[in-house]
Ligand binder design. Structure first.
Ligand SMILES: Nc1ncnc2c1ncn2[C@@H]1O[C@H](COP(=O)(O)OP(=O)(O)OP(=O)(O)O)[C@@H](O)[C@H]1O
Ligand SMILES: [Mg+2]
Length: 151
């Protein structure tokens, strides 16, 4: 599914829809060049979940956790890492929700992942005409009912 995101508000709204509808254990893998709107989309997810507090890019902190919303949000940014370093993070801890409370896992720069979960929603953001963005959304073993409300 391809969606035109005409401005930053549209990216935010897509995130809000996801945040309102996704269930705990959902993994959102975000790919796309610098500045295509990955963090903006995760800010929308946070709003849709009713998290409090500003969602900021975890480029330096690697992961930010927001646990006050409907379900927890784990926001990761792998930009600065090599795949071998990503391997050492044992990211499955987050999507298995065994040692952490199950929630939504949103990962920027998912290109850096040496392996992916069994089930996830892929979002690839690209630059469109006149400063717009395009989102290509592809579910992988991911139930369509998990994102009803997307039209
Ligand atoms: N659909 C859109 N149309 C135009 N501008 C947008 C759109 N979505 C987001 N933006 C703007 O693009 C800029 C970069 O957004 P953002 O920081 O979310 O990108 P990013 O992909 O997370 O970047 P990075 O690769 O550095 O992590 C921001 O100014 C944001 O408001
Ligand atoms: Mg970002």
């Amino acid at each position: 599914m391809n969606i035109l995101l005409a401005d930053a508000q549209a990216t935010l709204r897509l995130g809000i829809t996801l945040g309102q509808n996704l269930t705990a254990g959902s993994v959102i893998l975000l790919e796309g060049d610098l500045g295509t709107g990955k963090t903006t989309l995760v800010q929308g997810i946070g709003q849709g979940l009713d998290t409090t507090g500003l969602i900021v890019s975890p480029t330096f902190t690697l992961i930010n956790e927001y646990t006050e919303g409907r379900i927890p949000l784990y926001h990761l940014d792998l930009y600065r890492l090599e795949p071998s370093e990503v391997l050492a993070l044992n990211l499955e801890t987050y999507w298995e929700g065994v040692e952490v409370m199950p929630g939504i896992v949103a990962i920027e720069w998912a290109e850096r992942m040496p392996y992916k979960p069994n089930s996830y929603l892929s979002l690839v953001l690209t630059y469109g005409e006149e400063g717009t963005r395009q989102a290509k959304i592809t579910p992988f073993n991911f139930s369509i009912s998990d994102f009803v409300g997307l039209d």
